[in-house]
Unconditional design. Structure first.
Length: 186
């Protein structure tokens, strides 16, 4: 069963990665860097701060920092436990896929996917009561994580597992924030 999942995972990676072309490589290299998302982050921070105030926004930043740290360290723990090679280092497929960026670290699971989904779930959970279109925030983790497949750095299951962990941690973080920070303001 595991072999079948790995085969499907590699086949899906080959397909999704194969959709790319050299003219788009620079774009996707930029997308994979969190710094390029700064204008979006600043807009979301502004909208959130406007609704919850400076004190609660300060706690939001603290919770988000701890959330990213937790997701990142959990992803690293999994990477060093499972030691799954990245697609760009997998001898079976590295000659087939487009390798736009290389990395020598392990692949399972994606810290980019976990962090982006965790922060999005946490932020969305806070914003949804104020902005009906806040679901658009989920484009960030979708595009951000796809860039990892495009570049040849992660398999689809790395992304999906990162999403699952991130969504779980983001939801738990929201519940804790709501219970301990917003308890007197809602």
């Amino acid at each position: 069963m595991l072999e079948k999942i790995i085969h499907l995972d590699k086949s899906l990676l080959i397909f999704l990665n194969g959709l790319g072309s050299e003219q788009w490589d620079g774009f996707w290299l930029g997308i994979t860097k969190p710094g390029y998302w700064t204008p979006l982050f600043l807009l979301v921070f502004y909208l959130l701060q406007k609704k919850i105030g400076w004190k609660n926004f300060g706690y939001y930043v603290l919770f988000t920092t701890l959330l990213v740290l937790l997701c990142d360290q959990t992803a690293n723990l999994f990477k060093f436990t499972f030691e799954r090679l990245r697609p760009c280092n997998d001898a079976e497929i590295k000659g087939i896929i487009r390798i736009v960026k290389e990395s020598s670290s392990f692949s399972f699971f994606s810290g980019h996917a976990a962090n982006s989904m965790a922060t999005t779930v946490f932020t969305f959970s806070l914003l949804k009561q104020y902005y009906k279109n806040s679901y658009w925030l989920f484009l960030f983790p979708l595009i951000f994580a796809y860039s990892r497949i495009y570049l040849g750095l992660h398999f689809p299951t790395d992304i999906l597992t990162g999403y699952a962990f991130g969504a779980t941690f983001g939801f738990i973080c929201y519940k804790l924030y709501r219970k301990y920070i917003l308890r007197n303001t809602i």
